[in-house]
Design a protein around this ligand. Structure first.
Ligand SMILES: [Zn+2]
Ligand SMILES: [Zn+2]
Length: 449
């Protein structure tokens, strides 16, 4: 019987041995970026790899998810998911952007697939698996980046998904019902000398698809006959900005968006204007409060020029809740691998401002979402690239394998402790009720007043 230390060494050695291959998979995905719910090629890469590794798996979960299943050979026990996100962003200027679709991995998700496969390979080492109980569930999940709202609403219309975020949809479909806890690592570029960060939280949010409708007319000959939907939208954005001073410091609010259609031809009064908007805040209550302010502003824009507006409110993500015991295991193992000075502990109250659907999952089961270095540049921009693949793929693969060994060795006693001490913020059903209550369509005609 090997000691836990020896098991970790074996797993890390197996990952090390295949490090070039794992980095190769990540770089291949980097060169073939696909945004959420369209990750068909990326999903196939994972599925082929699982087949090659002899891992039974299901494909096509929430359209593109791939869920593997590896039984520990020491008997039944808790089931631990190691997650990797499949999707890219849309950043057309990124050096690795797809020339046709503008898709680009400007958030480092391509590394997540490499590290998820790496952790799996480490844990599949025969003498390691022999001493693990329960189940390891390597899980490639779709659509974390909440983008292309109009296209995803179309998928919703077609009945192909209900939720626009991948983990939300997987939760709804019950694909996390047989999982006791989940982990992943996300790349980061803002950690200075540190290589690994754990803790903190993220913003919740609500997403808005906003359509202003006016009346078209000749912009030179008869502007008085038109109703300018672009002016309505522009007025609404000023109204939103006028409310920024009322936002509470502690809510970490971020209110931002894009205009996806501003009119059709420069010589016609714009009659059809579309925006995708987002309201982020640190707590679900603050999201509701700030979302109502923004809805008021969109109405104000319509009212000002007598246009009409339709606001489709779409359930966004919940703030991240880290399980303390899982986070502690990540910290310990990262320290062991990288040294104490390489680890940053983020206070639980520190909100990074972004959002992740790992937050949704963390309301239901114990979860951990640490950060690893290796990237440079600003996230979601053309500058965000991974420079150090050893750091961004191989180290987190080893750390996740080490954490799983802690959890599932010794009859799975650590994992069982986590399960029994965890107090979920929501059950699956109350989660779905909460999220569905966010979905709302507001229609307002400014010409009625
Ligand atoms: Zn991102
Ligand atoms: Zn990301």
């Amino acid at each position: 019987m090997l000691t836990i230390q020896e098991l970790k060494q074996r797993a890390c050695a197996a990952i090390e041995q295949r490090s070039q291959e794992l980095i190769g998979v990540s770089q291949d995905i980097l060169s073939h970026p696909e945004p959420g719910y369209s990750e068909t090629r990326t999903s196939r890469v994972v599925s082929d790899k699982f087949t090659e590794l002899g891992i039974p798996h299901d494909n096509g979960l929430a359209l593109t998810g791939v869920k593997g299943r590896i039984q520990g050979e020491a008997g039944p026990g808790p089931r631990v998911a190691v997650i990797g996100e499949l999707d890219s962003l849309i950043v057309g200027q990124h050096p690795f952007a797809d020339a046709e679709t503008n898709a680009a991995h400007a958030c480092g998700h391509h590394c997540q697939i490499g590290m998820m496969l790496g952790a799996t390979i480490g844990l599949q080492t025969p003498e390691v698996l022999e001493q693990l109980s329960g189940e390891i569930v390597p899980f490639a999940v779709p659509a974390e980046e909440f983008i292309e709202v109009e296209r995803r609403l179309q998928l919703r219309e077609e009945g192909r998904v209900e939720f626009l975020g991948g983990k939300q949809e997987l939760i709804k479909l019950g694909h996390f019902d047989d999982i006791d806890m989940a982990m992943m690592c996300h790349t980061a570029s803002d950690m200075a000398e540190r290589k690994f960060a754990v803790g903190g939280t993220s913003n919740g949010h609500v997403v808005k698809y906003v359509q202003f409708a006016g009346r078209g007319s000749h912009a030179g000959g008869a502007p008085h006959l038109g109703i300018n939907a672009l002016n309505a939208a522009s007025f609404a954005l000023q109204a939103i900005n006028a409310n920024r001073e009322t936002l509470r410091e502690e809510d970490t609010a971020r209110i931002h968006g894009i205009m996806t259609k501003g009119g059709e031809a420069v010589n016609a009064v714009p009659a059809d204007v579309k925006l995708e908007w987002r309201v982020r805040s640190g707590s679900p209550d603050a999201v509701v409060r700030n979302s109502a302010i923004v809805d008021r502003c969109f109405r104000a824009g319509a009212l000002a020029v007598g246009a009409s507006v339709k606001i489709t409110n779409i359930p966004g993500y919940l703030p991240m809740r880290h399980d303390n015991v899982l986070a502690g295991l990540f910290r310990q193992n990262a320290q062991e691998l990288l040294g104490e000075s390489a680890i940053l502990t983020i206070p639980a109250s520190r909100n990074r401002g972004g959002s992740t659907d790992m937050g949704d999952l963390s309301h239901i089961i114990p979860a951990c979402h640490p950060y690893v270095g290796g990237a440079v540049g600003t996230g979601h921009s053309k500058d965000y690239v991974v420079r150090d693949y050893e750091q961004a793929v191989i180290n987190p693969a080893k750390i996740m394998a080490m954490v799983v060994i802690d959890l599932l060795s010794d009859g799975g006693s650590r994992a069982k402790e986590i399960v029994s001490s965890h107090r979920p913020a929501m059950q699956r059903q109350s989660y779905l009720t909460h999220q569905r209550s966010q979905a709302e369509i507001i229609e307002f005609n400014g010409a009625d007043l």
